[in-house]
Design a protein around this ligand. Structure first.
Ligand code: GLN
Ligand code: ZN
Length: 757
């Protein structure tokens, strides 16, 4: 028996982020075009080599910025504004990606394409733009040349492309026309593409339709049926890939599509595999995504074999094995890690290691487990060590969780009562002014943090430097006459990492980079075990900052849901359980801040919204535990303590009820970019507590005018009573310079004073 192994996509950034550095140099004009192409070619070559043990290697998964943008170029859907007399296709490409290419001078730039998250991942794609006049034209040179490259190296490849229906669905009609009306124009381009691939001698093409795991109206379902009815006449074989979730009501739709094979995410949709097998056509291939492409844990290979062996018996050679989705979402190579604890390291797998797991599974299925007994035994040992580890399971945490009672999540009194008590202490003016937490992170602060981390300066020196920075921030806030002050967060490199580093149960990698967008990578911390807080994390800094002023000093924490959503999490318990542990740990910090005399505590939930499941039908379940976790964190304080939260978005029309349920005294949100349009939700929903609609867009260097901010606040005042409004920027100021921040905040405080007058 021969089991085919394949991969849906490989991380393109390089184990040492080579692509990132080459791109950034190129954009700055410090790297020749040929050199950039050479780096890219070298990475593709290396990545195919890394995958050489597979039977089918992906091609077309490499991208200079984003594979959705590549698809737009492949289909000839290029915004007019990116075209220019100067430069080549790569310049056009970077203009759409980021507003300008290396050859463009400062005056020649266009606006970049909109960026948004790829399903429920932290990968951002450039949104395809459509209008009713959009035309498509196959532009396959780039893909064909990558295929030629792979073939020249002797690899057996399977090009991967994004399917027509997903492509339309995730794009945006700029003129509000019906995107689906474009399908008839789009399909001939796909037919031409598949025929061209066939002419290149390609046997299999992987077509990704991840929208299959979302709720689809009947029009969109029909679009899938229609598309694959047309594509089936092309002479390549189609492997239709779905991933990231369950198919549910789309299961029967998928079963009826005339494709040569289907790929199912066996991590997320395991329950549906049996039904897919039942409905599989006689010659259809089933690819099982058995290795998790979204996480960094080893696969339990023996358990996987227990599951796969009977299926292999039924399907024989028609069973294929792969990671659950593209490996784009995991780091490249665990072997590079030098500093990770060796025990934790032994539980983990990055892209290279995940592909090696596939090879072991293949051997065991083809030749019996004996043929790879050592690998299986080693794997079993690692799995067992993790299952039994005292570092993972802490009985005191389990006890605390089981001791949680209903009152943990509730404040003592309602908002009105609390507001009166708080005002007696805080004595804030109408339209109180504040900021979101961070102040500019200067090179000096970064250097001090790095030196302390590397042991180049001692703790006393470091503390002195940070305190000086806090003093500076407080002085400036006094000068600006802000009402509620912050310490400025100089000690924090990142709002999740800072807390993760101080909590037990968290590990940090050196090379666990994952592409977020373009050349931007993130290194999510790893939650491996039960979470505890060995000591207070922020109290000393906050107490010091409060000692410098008679005005209220806001304590600043990251909430449990954001900690969870921006980390690699455990796969041995539900996300909700991990979130609850984080909630208890941060609750302790909230209470310690309160005890230390901090009257206002902000708990940021920047990532609460992005944790929403792909299917709206599952939103409530998520919101229930997410909001409950937040409330357990926040609500163990006395009525006199004012709780704030901050969210860096404002598309929460559909979750506003849940946000109100958090019952924070004050919420600050992002609104300025949309001219307060985003506050429309408050026309219909009577938000019960206080709110600070961000009036200063910190995402640009521009200094907002006082009048403009007054107008924005007046617009807000049409929906929310003035006594419940705060005046603040729309996010933290860490990415700005003091030269930008000072005049902007000066104008903001002036705006508040005008409003009071
Ligand atoms: N308190 C954080 C800051 O000001 C909030 C950051 C965020 O919302 N992303 O930097
Ligand atoms: Zn924010």
């Amino acid at each position: 028996m021969n089991i085919t192994t394949h991969n849906l996509g490989f991380p393109r950034i390089g184990a040492k982020r080579e692509l990132k550095f080459a791109l950034e140099k190129f954009w700055q004009g410090n790297l020749e075009r040929d050199e950039l192409q050479k780096t890219a070619k070298g990475l593709r070559q290396l990545h195919w080599q890394n995958q050489a043990k597979l039977d089918l290697l992906p091609a077309g998964d490499f991208s200079f910025y984003d594979q959705v943008l590549d698809t737009s170029f492949l289909l000839g859907n290029i915004p007019e504004r990116a075209k220019s007399a100067t430069g080549d296709a790569l310049d056009e490409y970077f203009r759409v990606a980021r507003g300008r290419s290396a050859i463009d001078n400062d005056t020649c730039c266009t606006h970049a394409g909109e960026m948004t998250k790829w399903f429920d991942t932290n990968y951002h794609y450039i949104v395809p733009e459509f209008s009713k006049d959009t035309a498509f034209k196959l532009n396959s040179a780039n893909l064909i040349s990558q295929i030629a490259e792979a073939k020249a190296l002797g690899h057996n490849i399977k090009p991967t492309i994004i399917g027509p229906v997903t492509y339309l669905k995730i794009g945006k009609a700029k003129d509000d026309s019906d995107k689906l009306a474009l399908l008839d124009k789009l399909l001939p381009t796909y037919v031409a593409l598949l025929n061209e691939l066939s002419a290149q001698g390609i046997e299999w093409v992987q077509i990704d339709e991840p929208i299959l795991v979302s709720e689809l109206s009947s029009e969109w379902q029909q679009a899938l049926t229609k598309s694959y009815a047309q594509l089936k006449d092309c002479s390549v074989k189609i492997l239709l890939a779905s991933y990231f979730g369950q198919l549910k009501e789309n299961l029967s739709l998928l079963a009826d599509l005339p494709v040569d094979g289907v790929h199912i995410d066996t991590i997320n949709a395991k329950d549906e595999v049996a039904s897919v097998i039942d409905n599989l056509g006689e010659t259809q291939v089933l690819s099982l995504g058995i290795v998790n492409g979204r996480n960094i844990w080893k696969t339990d290979l023996n358990a996987a074999l227990d599951y796969l062996e009977p299926i292999a018996k039924t399907l024989g050679e028609r069973l294929w094995l792969a990671p659950s989705c593209s490996l784009l979402h995991v780091p490249v190579d665990l072997d590079q890690e030098e500093k990770l604890d060796i025990e934790i390291l032994s539980w983990m797998a990055y892209a290279h290691q995940k592909l090696a797991e596939l090879s072991v599974l293949k051997t065991a299925l083809e030749q019996g487990r004996n043929a790879c007994q050592t690998a299986l035994d080693d794997n079993a040992k690692a799995i067992k060590s993790r299952q039994d580890s005292k570092r993972v399971h802490n009985p005191s945490v389990a006890k605390r969780i089981s001791d949680i009672s209903a009152d943990f999540a509730l404040r003592n009194s309602d908002y009105e009562t609390r507001a009166t008590l708080q005002q007696d202490i805080l004595k804030l003016p109408k339209y109180p002014t504040t900021t979101i937490g961070s102040f500019p992170q200067t090179p000096e602060i970064r250097t001090a943090r790095r030196q302390f981390k590397n042991g180049e300066i001692d703790e006393a020196t470091y503390t002195k430097l940070m305190r000086a920075e806090i003093q500076l921030c407080v002085d400036i806030q006094h000068e600006l006459d802000l009402d509620v002050l912050v310490h400025g967060e100089p000690e924090r490199n990142d709002m999740v990492e800072y807390f993760g580093e101080q909590l037990d149960g968290y590990a940090f990698s050196q090379f666990g980079w994952v592409q977020s967008y373009g050349s931007r990578c993130v290194k999510p911390p790893i939650i491996f075990g039960d979470i505890t807080r060995p000591h207070a994390m922020t109290v000393d800094w906050s107490v010091y900052a409060q000692s410098l002023t008679d005005k209220p000093m806001k304590g600043m924490l990251t909430g449990p849901v954001t900690m969870l959503n921006w980390s690699f999490v455990r796969d041995d318990q539900p996300r909700s359980a991990t979130c609850m542990q984080l909630a208890l740990a941060i609750r302790d910090e909230v209470q310690d801040l309160e005890k230390a005399g901090i009257n206002i505590i902000q708990i940021d939930e920047a990532a609460l919204r992005e944790g929403l499941p792909l299917r709206q039908a599952q939103w409530n379940e998520y919101l229930d535990w997410a909001i409950e976790s937040f409330k357990i964190t926040a609500n163990g304080v006395s009525d006199e303590t004012q709780i704030h939260t901050h969210m860096c978005y404002s598309e929460f029309n559909d979750i506003i009820g849940a946000i109100a349920d958090m019952d924070t005294d004050v919420i600050t949100i992002e609104t300025s970019r949309s001219d307060m349009e985003l506050l429309d939700v408050f026309d219909e929903f009577n938000y019960p507590n206080e709110i600070g609609p961000g009036v200063y867009d910190i995402h640009t260097p521009n200094i907002p005018e006082t009048d403009y901010m007054v107008t924005l606040m007046q617009k807000a005042g049409e929906r929310i009573p003035a006594q419940r409004l705060w005046v603040n920027p729309d996010c933290g100021l860490k990415t700005r310079t003091w030269a930008q921040v000072k005049p902007a905040l000066e104008n903001m405080v002036d705006a508040a004073k005008q409003l009071r007058g």
